[in-house]
Design a protein around this ligand. Sequence first.
Ligand SMILES: CC(C)(COP(=O)(O)OP(=O)(O)OC[C@H]1O[C@@H](n2cnc3c(N)ncnc32)[C@H](O)[C@@H]1OP(=O)(O)O)[C@@H](O)C(=O)NCCC(=O)NCCS
Length: 177
Amino acid sequence: MALLLRNVELDDVDSYVAMRCDPTMMAELGGPIPREGIEAKVSRDVEAASTDTSWILMIIPDDGEPKTVAGSVVLWSHEENGETISEIGWMVLPQFQGQGLGKASVTELLRRARADGRWGTVHAFPGVNNVASNGICRSLGFRLLGEEDIDFADRTLRSNHWALDLASPPADNQSNS
Ligand SMILES: CC(C)(COP(=O)(O)OP(=O)(O)OC[C@H]1O[C@@H](n2cnc3c(N)ncnc32)[C@H](O)[C@@H]1OP(=O)(O)O)[C@@H](O)C(=O)NCCC(=O)NCCS
Protein backbone atom coordinates (compact mmCIF):
# COMPACT_ATOMS: atom_id res chain seq x y z
CA MET A 1 0.00 0.00 0.00
CA ALA A 2 1.71 3.22 -1.21
CA LEU A 3 1.34 6.21 1.07
CA LEU A 4 3.08 9.34 2.32
CA LEU A 5 3.06 10.64 5.87
CA ARG A 6 3.50 14.39 6.40
CA ASN A 7 3.29 16.66 9.43
CA VAL A 8 -0.08 18.21 10.25
CA GLU A 9 -0.55 21.76 8.85
CA LEU A 10 -2.91 24.62 9.73
CA ASP A 11 -4.81 23.83 6.49
CA ASP A 12 -5.86 20.46 7.88
CA VAL A 13 -8.89 21.81 9.76
CA ASP A 14 -11.38 20.23 7.33
CA SER A 15 -9.71 16.83 7.69
CA TYR A 16 -9.80 17.11 11.49
CA VAL A 17 -13.51 17.99 11.32
CA ALA A 18 -14.15 14.98 9.06
CA MET A 19 -12.27 12.69 11.44
CA ARG A 20 -13.36 14.00 14.84
CA CYS A 21 -16.78 15.61 14.44
CA ASP A 22 -18.43 12.78 12.50
CA PRO A 23 -20.64 10.31 14.40
CA THR A 24 -19.56 7.30 12.29
CA MET A 25 -15.85 8.04 12.61
CA MET A 26 -16.19 8.56 16.34
CA ALA A 27 -18.56 5.64 17.01
CA GLU A 28 -15.86 3.65 18.84
CA LEU A 29 -14.42 6.77 20.48
CA GLY A 30 -17.43 7.95 22.47
CA GLY A 31 -19.16 10.01 19.75
CA PRO A 32 -18.25 13.21 17.86
CA ILE A 33 -16.41 16.04 19.59
CA PRO A 34 -17.61 19.68 19.33
CA ARG A 35 -16.72 21.50 16.10
CA GLU A 36 -15.76 24.76 17.82
CA GLY A 37 -12.53 23.51 19.39
CA ILE A 38 -11.01 22.15 16.18
CA GLU A 39 -8.96 25.17 15.01
CA ALA A 40 -7.35 25.38 18.45
CA LYS A 41 -6.63 21.64 18.42
CA VAL A 42 -5.02 21.85 14.95
CA SER A 43 -2.88 24.80 16.11
CA ARG A 44 -1.69 22.91 19.19
CA ASP A 45 -0.91 19.87 17.06
CA VAL A 46 1.00 21.93 14.45
CA GLU A 47 3.07 23.44 17.27
CA ALA A 48 3.77 20.04 18.85
CA ALA A 49 4.70 18.56 15.46
CA SER A 50 6.99 21.48 14.61
CA THR A 51 8.97 21.04 17.84
CA ASP A 52 9.13 17.26 17.23
CA THR A 53 7.72 16.55 20.70
CA SER A 54 4.85 14.60 19.12
CA TRP A 55 4.62 12.98 15.70
CA ILE A 56 1.29 14.05 14.22
CA LEU A 57 1.20 12.82 10.67
CA MET A 58 -1.43 13.03 7.96
CA ILE A 59 -1.84 10.01 5.69
CA ILE A 60 -1.66 10.85 1.97
CA PRO A 61 -2.46 8.00 -0.44
CA ASP A 62 0.48 7.91 -2.83
CA ASP A 63 -1.70 7.44 -5.90
CA GLY A 64 -4.02 10.36 -5.04
CA GLU A 65 -3.87 14.14 -5.25
CA PRO A 66 -1.09 15.47 -2.98
CA LYS A 67 -3.75 17.49 -1.13
CA THR A 68 -5.88 14.41 -0.40
CA VAL A 69 -5.82 13.40 3.26
CA ALA A 70 -6.98 9.87 4.07
CA GLY A 71 -6.48 10.02 7.83
CA SER A 72 -3.85 10.49 10.50
CA VAL A 73 -1.45 8.54 12.64
CA VAL A 74 -0.02 9.99 15.81
CA LEU A 75 2.70 9.12 18.34
CA TRP A 76 3.16 11.14 21.50
CA SER A 77 4.23 10.74 25.11
CA HIS A 78 2.33 11.65 28.23
CA GLU A 79 2.07 10.95 31.95
CA GLU A 80 0.10 7.88 33.01
CA ASN A 81 -0.02 6.95 36.72
CA GLY A 82 3.18 8.90 37.37
CA GLU A 83 5.07 7.35 34.44
CA THR A 84 5.82 8.76 30.99
CA ILE A 85 4.46 6.48 28.29
CA SER A 86 4.45 6.59 24.49
CA GLU A 87 1.02 6.20 22.88
CA ILE A 88 0.00 5.67 19.28
CA GLY A 89 -3.37 6.41 17.69
CA TRP A 90 -4.81 6.35 14.16
CA MET A 91 -7.82 7.27 12.06
CA VAL A 92 -8.71 6.56 8.43
CA LEU A 93 -11.64 8.34 6.75
CA PRO A 94 -14.54 6.11 5.60
CA GLN A 95 -13.87 6.37 1.84
CA PHE A 96 -10.30 5.06 2.43
CA GLN A 97 -11.05 2.33 4.97
CA GLY A 98 -10.63 -1.39 4.35
CA GLN A 99 -7.78 -0.93 1.85
CA GLY A 100 -4.87 -1.52 4.18
CA LEU A 101 -4.02 2.18 4.65
CA GLY A 102 -4.45 2.11 8.43
CA LYS A 103 -2.17 -0.86 8.92
CA ALA A 104 0.40 0.42 6.40
CA SER A 105 0.52 3.84 8.10
CA VAL A 106 0.99 2.35 11.56
CA THR A 107 3.69 0.06 10.15
CA GLU A 108 5.54 3.06 8.69
CA LEU A 109 5.22 5.09 11.89
CA LEU A 110 6.58 2.18 13.95
CA ARG A 111 9.46 1.80 11.49
CA ARG A 112 10.35 5.48 11.99
CA ALA A 113 9.96 5.19 15.76
CA ARG A 114 12.29 2.18 15.89
CA ALA A 115 14.89 4.08 13.87
CA ASP A 116 14.49 7.19 16.07
CA GLY A 117 15.07 5.25 19.28
CA ARG A 118 13.42 7.56 21.83
CA TRP A 119 9.97 6.01 22.21
CA GLY A 120 10.63 2.78 24.16
CA THR A 121 7.46 0.74 24.53
CA VAL A 122 4.51 2.03 22.48
CA HIS A 123 1.01 1.67 23.93
CA ALA A 124 -2.34 1.62 22.10
CA PHE A 125 -5.84 1.76 23.59
CA PRO A 126 -8.47 0.88 20.96
CA GLY A 127 -12.04 0.44 22.17
CA VAL A 128 -12.81 -3.18 23.02
CA ASN A 129 -15.30 -3.38 20.11
CA ASN A 130 -13.04 -1.71 17.53
CA VAL A 131 -12.41 -4.77 15.35
CA ALA A 132 -10.13 -3.11 12.78
CA SER A 133 -7.93 -1.30 15.34
CA ASN A 134 -7.55 -4.37 17.52
CA GLY A 135 -6.69 -6.28 14.33
CA ILE A 136 -3.95 -3.76 13.53
CA CYS A 137 -2.45 -4.16 17.02
CA ARG A 138 -2.60 -7.93 16.92
CA SER A 139 -1.09 -8.31 13.48
CA LEU A 140 1.73 -5.83 14.12
CA GLY A 141 3.01 -7.70 17.17
CA PHE A 142 1.51 -5.67 20.04
CA ARG A 143 0.88 -7.66 23.25
CA LEU A 144 -2.57 -7.49 24.79
CA LEU A 145 -2.17 -6.49 28.45
CA GLY A 146 -5.92 -6.45 29.26
CA GLU A 147 -8.95 -4.17 29.35
CA GLU A 148 -9.12 -0.81 31.11
CA ASP A 149 -11.10 2.42 31.26
CA ILE A 150 -9.26 5.31 29.62
CA ASP A 151 -9.97 9.05 29.36
CA PHE A 152 -10.31 10.35 25.80
CA ALA A 153 -11.58 13.84 24.88
CA ASP A 154 -13.43 14.22 28.21
CA ARG A 155 -15.10 10.82 28.11
CA THR A 156 -14.31 7.37 29.49
CA LEU A 157 -13.83 4.47 27.07
CA ARG A 158 -13.58 0.76 27.75
CA SER A 159 -10.41 -0.12 25.88
CA ASN A 160 -7.96 -2.88 25.23
CA HIS A 161 -4.45 -2.02 26.38
CA TRP A 162 -1.83 -3.17 23.86
CA ALA A 163 1.93 -2.64 24.14
CA LEU A 164 4.83 -3.07 21.72
CA ASP A 165 8.46 -2.93 22.81
CA LEU A 166 10.26 -1.25 19.90
CA ALA A 167 13.48 -2.96 20.90
CA SER A 168 11.92 -6.28 19.86
CA PRO A 169 12.14 -7.28 16.20
CA PRO A 170 9.20 -6.23 13.98
CA ALA A 171 6.42 -8.77 13.36
CA ASP A 172 7.10 -10.76 10.16
CA ASN A 173 4.26 -9.07 8.31
CA GLN A 174 5.59 -5.67 9.39
CA SER A 175 9.12 -5.87 8.11
CA ASN A 176 8.20 -6.41 4.46
CA SER A 177 5.20 -4.04 4.18
C1 LIG B 1 -9.67 1.66 12.64
C2 LIG B 1 -9.27 2.22 11.30
C3 LIG B 1 -8.11 3.18 11.48
C4 LIG B 1 -8.81 1.07 10.38
O1 LIG B 1 -8.25 1.62 9.20
P1 LIG B 1 -8.33 0.84 7.80
O2 LIG B 1 -7.42 1.52 6.86
O3 LIG B 1 -9.74 0.69 7.41
O4 LIG B 1 -7.72 -0.58 8.24
P2 LIG B 1 -6.93 -1.60 7.32
O5 LIG B 1 -7.60 -1.67 5.98
O6 LIG B 1 -5.48 -1.27 7.35
O7 LIG B 1 -7.23 -2.96 8.08
C5 LIG B 1 -6.59 -3.26 9.30
C6 LIG B 1 -7.01 -4.64 9.78
O8 LIG B 1 -8.36 -4.60 10.23
C7 LIG B 1 -9.17 -5.46 9.43
N1 LIG B 1 -10.40 -4.70 9.19
C8 LIG B 1 -10.52 -3.51 8.58
N2 LIG B 1 -11.79 -3.10 8.63
C9 LIG B 1 -12.48 -4.07 9.26
C10 LIG B 1 -13.84 -4.23 9.62
N3 LIG B 1 -14.74 -3.30 9.34
N4 LIG B 1 -14.20 -5.36 10.26
C11 LIG B 1 -13.29 -6.31 10.54
N5 LIG B 1 -11.98 -6.19 10.26
C12 LIG B 1 -11.58 -5.10 9.62
C13 LIG B 1 -8.38 -5.71 8.17
O9 LIG B 1 -8.72 -6.94 7.57
C14 LIG B 1 -6.97 -5.68 8.68
O10 LIG B 1 -6.65 -6.91 9.33
P3 LIG B 1 -5.51 -7.90 8.77
O11 LIG B 1 -4.23 -7.19 8.84
O12 LIG B 1 -5.58 -9.06 9.69
O13 LIG B 1 -5.93 -8.20 7.37
C15 LIG B 1 -10.46 2.95 10.62
O14 LIG B 1 -11.52 2.04 10.46
C16 LIG B 1 -10.97 4.13 11.43
O15 LIG B 1 -10.37 5.17 11.43
N6 LIG B 1 -12.10 3.99 12.10
C17 LIG B 1 -12.74 5.08 12.83
C18 LIG B 1 -11.89 5.74 13.89
C19 LIG B 1 -11.21 4.79 14.83
O16 LIG B 1 -11.83 3.85 15.31
N7 LIG B 1 -9.92 5.04 15.09
C20 LIG B 1 -9.09 4.19 15.89
C21 LIG B 1 -9.12 4.49 17.31
S1 LIG B 1 -8.07 3.35 18.18
